[in-house]
Design a protein around this ligand. Structure first.
Ligand code: 1HE
Length: 265
């Protein structure tokens, strides 16, 4: 049944808010610097599994001074080997629902974006950083390893060499450096991140559903394919997208001078 409301209740450490077609998900545990505990990770999984039908894009952001301090380290002491694997797999499942979910996700980053917080950001499709943002992977110095998909996603964003450096030496990158290396694609002044994130999400929400699906689900997979398979897959997806009546209408609008031109942003 179609629903325009979030069909699950979230833990207090998460808060969702609808802004037109955009759903904003807040990490709402500022007193612990939005450290991600089991309940939050389960909540993220549930949120992305039960998005309202009215939601066409999501913005994820953090309350307080920091986006996220990563894994809640207080939970780590209790786990044995098997529980450790299951824990990591729960993060994988939750973040997979972000990356390969129903709608595109914009992450708005500020303050500490570290460890699992950076892994969470890496699962989003667009990243906006405020100038206060900084990026680190303190796992190396804590005697642990990334477990939220970081070793899969981050090398694809910044290269394995940079990730190794971050983990081995504790190197921290600034918001400006994050932009330069492609970790984020927008840099805004303090306090402007959410507005920028929502603006981008609204633009994304204005695309056809099929195009957004192709960009989220086909593009990253084509990018991983051998070129021959990639070209074939691209031709198929392009043809499917063009056949969408919504796409045909949009092309007609352009040809009949009703659609906006491409302008410098
Ligand atoms: C936490 C956590 C946490 C803060 N787990 N409780 N992540 C890290 O190694 C980063 C650890 N955190 C920090 O370095 C700092 O907290 C921050 C730079 C993020 C923020 O500093 P600050 O001065 O604003 O806050 P604070 O005073 O350090 O922390 C406030 C409270 O949050 C304090 O608790 P309180 O009860 O004493 O008030 C902290 O203990 C608590 N807190 N960060 C638990 N991470 C899937 S694998 C992923 C692996 C990882 O993510 S490893 C990286 C872990």
């Amino acid at each position: 049944m179609a629903s325009d409301r979030l069909a699950v209740s979230l833990p207090e450490s998460l808060r969702a808010e609808q802004q037109g077609p955009v759903t904003v998900l807040w990490l709402n545990r500022a007193h612990k610097r939005n450290a991600l505990d089991d309940e939050m990770v389960a909540g993220i999984d549930a949120f992305f599994s039960h998005l309202p039908d009215s939601s066409a894009a999501v913005v994820i952001c953090g309350e307080g001074e920091h986006f996220s301090a990563g894994l809640d380290l207080s939970e780590l002491q209790e786990r044995d080997l098997r529980e450790g694997i299951a824990h990591s797999e729960r993060w994988h499942r939750a973040f997979e629902k972000i990356q390969y979910g129903k709608v595109p996700v914009v992450a708005v980053l500020h303050g500490a974006v570290v460890g699992g917080g950076l892994e969470l950001a890496a699962a989003a499709h667009v990243r906006v950083a405020e100038r206060s943002a900084y990026f680190a992977l303190p796992e190396g110095s804590r005697g642990i390893f990334v477990g939220g998909g970081g070793s899969v996603r981050l090398p694809r964003l910044i290269g394995a060499a940079r990730m190794m450096d971050m983990m081995l030496t504790g190197r921290t990158y600034s918001a400006e450096e994050g932009l330069a290396m492609g970790l984020t694609t927008y840099l805004v002044e303090a306090g402007k991140g959410l507005a920028k994130g929502v603006e981008l999400a609204q633009r994304i929400a204005g695309n056809t559903e099929l195009t957004n699906f192709a960009i989220m689900h086909a593009l990253p997979r084509i990018a991983e394919m051998a070129p021959g398979s990639g070209f074939a897959m691209e031709a198929l997806i392009a043809s499917i997208a063009q056949a969408d009546p919504e796409a045909k209408g949009r092309l007609k609008d352009f040809l009949e001078k009703r659609a906006p031109k491409v302008t410098r942003s």
